[in-house]
Design a binder for this molecule. Structure first.
Ligand SMILES: CC(C)(COP(=O)(O)OP(=O)(O)OC[C@H]1O[C@@H](n2cnc3c(N)ncnc32)[C@H](O)[C@@H]1OP(=O)(O)O)[C@@H](O)C(=O)NCCC(=O)NCCS
Length: 164
């Protein structure tokens, strides 16, 4: 059994270690990490899943980005420890945080990931939304927290720090 809670500042390195375990080496070289540099994550949407001993078995973080000037949330990284995968924890973290993002008044979420996994949450390929290279456009997926929130929102994905 896992319990979801907010990531605390003290959890930062345990979450990083979990990501190191779950992703291929060199994960921080991915272009999505360039969009996170020097920008604070959205604290209210950074959540961890703890087992009864308090160990973190899953984690999700979000960062704000701009898409052609409009605000969007970049979902990820999300990861579940290999010993706990396939039990619905990833889905629980994603559903929990999408609902929170909606409550916070956010409009839209994007990510770079496997469409066959994220389609179940309502993510669809985003046409005309360009992540920094090298990114496979088929892996750039979006979810509208409000009807039509992605309509007309296109362009390059840039750091939240950059002026629109
Ligand atoms: C992707 C991840 C977060 C999913 O978490 P999880 O708790 O294992 O997933 P869930 O239990 O919610 O869902 C399991 C289902 O997703 C499927 N699935 C998992 N990863 C998938 C992928 N990359 N592509 C397609 N389907 C995938 C499983 O086959 C399973 O399918 P089923 O429901 O038909 O049996 C987890 O597997 C993980 O940490 N993977 C390594 C890191 C990673 O790839 N993160 C995502 C970056 S895009």
């Amino acid at each position: 059994m896992f319990t979801l809670s907010d990531e605390r500042p003290d959890d930062w390195w345990e979450v990083e270690a979990l990501y190191d375990t779950c992703f291929a080496p060199g994960r921080t070289l991915l272009s999505s990490y360039r969009l996170r540099e020097g920008v604070a994550p959205v604290a209210a949407l950074c959540r961890v899943a703890r087992d009864p001993q308090g160990m973190i078995g899953g984690a999700i973080r979000y960062w704000p980005v701009r898409v052609g000037g409009a605000r969007a949330l970049l979902l990820g990284p999300v990861a579940v420890h290999p010993t706990a995968q396939g039990e619905g924890l990833g889905a629980a973290l994603i559903r929990d945080t999408l609902a929170r993002a909606e409550e916070l008044g956010e409009d839209r979420v994007l990510l770079v990931g496997d469409a066959p996994y994220y389609a179940r949450f309502g993510f669809e390929r985003l046409d005309g939304v360009v992540m920094p290279p090298p990114t496979n456009p088929d892996r750039v997926l979006g979810f509208a927290l409000r009807p039509g929130a992605w309509d007309g929102v296109t362009g390059e994905v840039t750091s939240w720090q950059q002026e629109a």
